[in-house]
Design a binder for this molecule. Structure first.
Ligand code: UDP
Length: 383
């Protein structure tokens, strides 16, 4: 049975979400004909102190965003990034070779830019015939570290990313524009909003605002939720809010203790994101690539309230330039915009929703696994 190894790293929630989306799509399309294993080589297969590196990412982005931005800019300079990545490759080669010997992969898929270089280097030493597929999981601001001319194939989610790949030396046949991997359920038609709301204990006829901050529930979600609830209630909107706190348990506890002037559903980490998004009319979120790709598929106009410096900045420009959302960093501004969209600005909101739906790529995940399977010509494809 062919074995596929999906390599990712736990920096933010998006890379794991992408890896799991691919694993689920492989299972749906090819069932037991294929074995797919997700591995975090940085955390689980590299020596001390390298295995601690992914843990630095969250606190660095939160407490010293300027430092993260500086590193991101350095990563754009090949003459700095390449030697650093080559050194990482040297330091991790032995552990990665052991990983490949244990897993004996027939195909390696990588969904993380900094894992890619060491993993590719070690794979070429393990067995140069094994195909290596990179799936870029950033949207518009795609770091130069994503692109390595030694990969078999590189799948990108946007025109901007494809142009950058070509500019950085990948061949036109090596790069394909597909989309971001999202849960397979995003590819299926869902029941109408009223039914989805009723199934989730929401009022079927109230406009629904979804508020979230990535897998970790980051950003000023409490302040935004408060400003939003007050404004919608003051403006007399028939609305309700769903706040998805992700893995941020403290935020969830805080919000659950509050009394709200309108119905507010506070949730922790939800697995069933397609249903919650499809039940909503508007999304308020940070500029995470995964969330944006999912919101587009569900036709949700976006209010972006923050972004990770460097890596998510281009996503803000992408959303605003495509006319599918706005960037507003202040809670009061977010509240005023959403209230406008649920009131006199309804037609503007509906036009944005239509543009978002047209831009979404619901089939991307299945297209990615099909391209991956093409690299493994021996897999029998189930009907
Ligand atoms: N997500 C989820 N459940 C939650 C919160 C988030 O499944 O409760 C998913 C969300 O649907 C998206 C991913 O986590 O696929 C977040 O990725 P994104 O790139 O938006 O942000 P990150 O968390 O990587 O900064």
């Amino acid at each position: 049975m062919p074995r596929v190894l999906v390599l990712m790293s736990e920096t933010g929630g998006g890379h794991r979400a992408s890896a799991e989306a691919l694993q689920a799509a492989f299972a749906e399309r090819y069932g037991p004909a294929l074995q797919v294993q997700i591995v975090d080589p940085w955390s689980d297969h590299t020596p001390w102190p390298i295995h601690h590196l992914p843990r630095i990412y969250g606190p660095m982005v939160h407490y010293t965003p300027w430092l993260w931005k500086a590193l991101w800019i350095l990563g754009e300079r090949n003459w700095i990034a390449r030697p650093v990545l080559a050194l990482m490759g040297l330091l991790t080669q032995r552990s990665l070779l052991r990983l490949y010997q244990a897993q004996a992969p027939d195909l390696v898929i990588c969904v993380h830019p900094l894992v890619q270089h060491p993993a590719l280097r070690a794979l070429r030493r393990y067995d140069p015939r094994v195909p290596f597929l990179t799936v870029v999981t950033d949207l518009a601001s795609v770091s130069a570290t994503w692109f390595h001319a030694g990969v078999t194939c590189c799948l990108v989610p946007s025109v901007e990313a494809r142009e950058k790949a070509l500019a950085l030396g990948l061949g036109p046949d090596q790069v394909a524009l597909v989309g971001l991997p999202v849960r397979p359920a995003f590819a299926r038609p869902l029941p109408d909003k009223a039914r989805l709301r009723a199934e989730r204990g929401l009022a079927p006829d109230r406009d629904t605002v979804l508020l979230m901050g990535g897998g970790e529930g980051v950003g000023p979600l409490a302040a935004i939720a408060t400003a939003l609830a007050e404004r919608l209630s003051r403006d007399g909107r028939s609305a309700q809010m769903v706040v998805i706190c992700g893995r941020n348990r403290r935020l969830r506890r805080r919000l659950l203790e509050r009394a709200w002037p309108l119905p507010v559903h506070v949730l922790g980490f939800v697995e069933e994101m397609p249903g919650w998004m499809a039940a909503a009319d508007v999304i308020v979120t940070k500029a995470g690539p995964g969330t944006i790709a999912e919101a587009l598929i569900c036709g949700l106009p976006l209010v972006l309230f923050s972004y990770i410096p460097g890596q998510e900045e281009g996503n803000v420009a992408y959303v605003t330039a495509q006319g599918v959302g706005v960037y507003l960093p202040e809670p009061e501004e977010v509240a005023a915009q959403v209230s406008h969209w649920l009131g006199p600005g309804r037609a503007q909101r509906e036009a944005m929703a239509a543009r978002a739906r047209a831009l979404g790529r619901p089939q991307a995940t299945f297209q990615i696994v099909e391209q991956a399977a093409n690299l493994l010509s021996s897999i029998p494809v189930s009907p």
